[in-house]
Design a protein around this ligand. Sequence first.
Ligand SMILES: Cc1cc2nc3c(=O)[nH]c(=O)nc-3n(C[C@H](O)[C@H](O)[C@H](O)COP(=O)(O)O)c2cc1C
Ligand SMILES: CCCCCCC(=O)C(=O)O
Length: 395
Amino acid sequence: MAQSKTLAHFEPVNLYEFEALAKLKLPKMVYDYYSSGADDQYTLADNIEAFKRLRLVPRVLVDISAQDISTTILGVPSSFPLVIAPTAMQRMAHPDGECATARAAAKNGVIMTLSSWSTTSIEQVAKAAPGAPRWFQLYVYKDRDVTAKLVRRAEKAGYLAIALTVDTPRLGRREADIHNKFSLPSHLTMANFVEEGDAEKSHMEQGAGSGLAAYVASLIDRSLSWKDIAWLKSITRLPILVKGVVTRADAEIAVRNGVAGIIVSNHGARQLDTSLATIDCLEEVVAGAQGKVPVFVDSGVRRGTDIVKSLALGAQAVQIGRGVLWGLAVGGEEGVDRVLKLLRDEFELALGLCGCRSVKDIRREMVVRTTSEGKRPLSNGPMMNGWASNNHARL
Ligand SMILES: Cc1cc2nc3c(=O)[nH]c(=O)nc-3n(C[C@H](O)[C@H](O)[C@H](O)COP(=O)(O)O)c2cc1C
Ligand SMILES: CCCCCCC(=O)C(=O)O
């Protein structure tokens, strides 16, 4: 009782506070599943730390009285450069789950990506916010007919793109899920398979360890490879983005295979522990994309300043995963709405304080890499990228 009174009066003012509140509200098994990374969670911490190592270099005395933070993503207007990343099983966070996220996304003019492992079906989510721009995230099943059917349904329901997740041929080892014997609560289903009457796919067995790991091992196609991009392109007219690329080499292959976009992601550090933080891979991937396709980044975005840094390093927009889940857990649609508005306001403020009127004003030299203590390395030449000297030249 005392706790709920406290919660009712506590207004979170950043994503970390949303997470703290969500932790109080959610069952332990659910909070652990949402928050965990793989193994020792080194990458989980580094996704955040890497953003902190990057520091912003603002310009001053720029008239920012009329800011415009909107952008265009794959030809679709977006109120600011953010896309909601796919996260599975959102009805564990709130009974309205994916529908609440869809409505909040529509209200805020941002694109939502629906996970193929949603607890609300492709069609129900489309109906929750008719006409709003939406992408569909795809996992490829051993049974390719199952996969093709999902793609056709997304196309028919008006989804605008397919985000093919390529970093998950096997599930990363999330130790909390093993301890908790994580499985989808029995009142919920993997909703995209219910109509098919396919119990194997719509329910998750509770077993000795992580029920999710067993579910993935039994259904997901580990043989997925670059040649399957051609297969996917042969079954859909929708643009295909690859989600989970972190190297220049793979970005080049992706472009050669005709993808429409690349999402730099380490799956929120839930797959390969000790892999690099994504913000440290972004520039390489941007180089590999050679300006031919847009590059997006996720994993560790918590602040408006993180969005500015990501754009300065070449991303067209960021994606956020957990932030939306925390909003959903705290207040359903209203909670997600608050999270999106918070990030939007933080981004607008950071952009303005950097001396930018619009996203077009963001420049590479607004970001410098520092040591882990936040200090500029002794040689300031390459790190400053000519920013200081250019300033002197202008004065
Ligand atoms: C609980 C949870 C479920 C996720 N489910 C999916 C999924 O179904 N498909 C997918 O491609 N990525 C999934 N992801 C990864 C996210 O799309 C995204 O890459 C990641 O959450 C970004 O990191 P962030 O949480 O630090 O923002 C999931 C992440 C979390 C935390
Ligand atoms: C094929 C892997 C499915 C994982 C299910 C959801 C997810 O992505 C997660 O990180 O959890």
